[in-house]
Design a protein around this ligand. Structure first.
Ligand SMILES: Cc1cc2nc3c(=O)[nH]c(=O)nc-3n(C[C@H](O)[C@H](O)[C@H](O)COP(=O)(O)O)c2cc1C
Length: 194
């Protein structure tokens, strides 16, 4: 499948089947991510593959305790609450235990453009997972440090995202995207193609 087709097909999945998937497919996707460009080629990424049920549960419990605070907080804007409600997204993060694998993506803070580089690698990773017919989600925990501590990640690394990977446990329509004409200007801000 061509990159555009894969990109069009990929969508975030928040419910997973517990059916096992080959570890080789996870490694294939990470191998793809390793090909991404990075600031001064420092390759500031690390990936922790988690499939131990006890560790997954510990991650989930910690993540949920912080999510609960966020969801119950008055400072969460109403538009965001509504957006979450419409999608049935709550503080519960079942996918952290039901997905057969979690890929925890970590950035080395000491590298230049560390986060930009790591997220670029995440983009490669998502498309490679899609190519293998695997569902994923870029879950960004409310308190990444609390989860990094569980995994023994040193202080000078930041946990950027936890990506559950598995077979989809829900049938989901892709969120709408902008049309090319809406997103692209020519030569100057706001200037459309003739
Ligand atoms: C940087 C980033 C952070 C995200 N964080 C979360 C998250 O914490 N929880 C979640 O359920 N989805 C998260 N998402 C997924 C987005 O909500 C999703 O990509 C967006 O709504 C578009 O939907 P689609 O991926 O199905 O096309 C995140 C996506 C990105 C790129």
């Amino acid at each position: 499948m061509r990159v555009l087709e894969l990109a069009r097909k990929r969508r975030s999945i928040r419910k997973y089947s517990a059916k096992p998937i080959p570890l080789e497919n996870i490694l294939y996707a990470i191998e793809t991510a390793l090909q991404a460009p990075s600031g001064a080629n420092r390759q500031p990424w690390r990936f922790i593959i988690v499939n131990d049920p006890d560790i997954k549960m510990e991650i989930r419990k910690t993540a949920e305790s912080w999510e609960r605070k966020l969801h119950e907080s008055d400072s969460t804007p109403e538009w965001f609450r509504k957006w979450l409600r419409e999608r049935g997204i709550t503080w519960r993060k079942e996918f952290l235990t039901t997905a057969p694998y979690l890929i925890v993506v970590i950035a080395d803070k000491r590298a230049p453009y560390s986060r930009e580089s790591v997220w670029l690698a995440v983009g490669y990773l998502l498309l490679a997972l899609e190519e293998k017919g695997l569902a994923s989600l870029t879950y960004t925990p409310t308190n990444p440090r609390a989860i990094a501590s569980i995994l023994g990640v040193p202080e000078y690394y930041t946990l950027e995202t936890i990506i559950p990977v598995g077979l989809p446990g829900e049938d989901k329509v892709k969120e709408p995207r902008m049309r090319l004409e809406e997103a692209v200007y020519f030569n100057r801000w706001g200037s459309r193609r003739d």
